[in-house]
Ligand binder design. Sequence first.
Ligand code: THU
Length: 295
Amino acid sequence: MKIDWDNEDLLDYDIRKQMSIAAEKAVLCEGIRSECAIHVCLCDDDMITDINQKYRGISSSTDVLSFPSVDYPPGHTASQCEHRLRMEYDDESGACFLGDIIISVPHVKKQAAEYGHTELREACYLLIHGVCHLMGYDHIDPEDKENMRKMEEEILTALSITRDSDNTSSVENTLLSLAREAMKKSYSPYSSYPVGAALHCIDGRIFTGCNIENASFGLTNCAERTAMFKAVSEGARGFDIIAIAANTKPWPCGACRQVLNEFAPDIRVLVTWDGHVEEKPLRDLLPEGFGPDSM
Ligand code: THU
């Protein structure tokens, strides 16, 4: 997904980064195969009021406006008529232009405070709502509205942004419970020692992993490395927290410490077992570690 931003300084880099991931996920969830592009204009309330007046004849401010470039047949969304989308292919960007989204930053801040969640979550939600419109979704009649809400939920879930993810529990608690969940997927018939891990990326994504054993014992992959390799192979690079769950205190093995050190020497390591939680920085678990900066 290519995003052309206007007034990008109105939102922090971290929030915009996660918004880009959200837009990408929206297109993936819809099942669009072509490379897509959107234009996102961040603005203040006066500007969105002017645009609302000019293009919709409504003289009030709003949170998000979307202007699809594709004319979808009634009842159709982008994945059902990708040929129409391809007509919006632009040589210069090498992508199909889905349309424009205007987001009022004061609304992002105000609504986040009202709902008691983060600005990041609100900004992602508004962008997802806008991208859904650009993909042909609408909420005028009840059936369409239900489909649009379903799609928005699917995208938020794919991003691990759930209704209560940032007001009833901290990132740490979310990671600890995801690590415990991941333990249930463990393939450990030889050791009978299931391990789960949940790795938090600085772009907000979370990747989980479990230990995967093998009849040729040495080929076993630990939970931490499964999570890390999943993440790196999806393009993630920066990591700040990993949670590891097992039935006894699961400080990571030497190999996993080394792999964590490659990408995240400053990562916080949380372990949980039998209702207990402990935390140490990787720097304490791998002092004087050998890493990319050592050469
Ligand atoms: N294991 C992990 O998943 N992570 C570690 O850091 C230590 C060990 C797994 C590997 C094997 O499947 C089982 O625990 C027993 O060694």
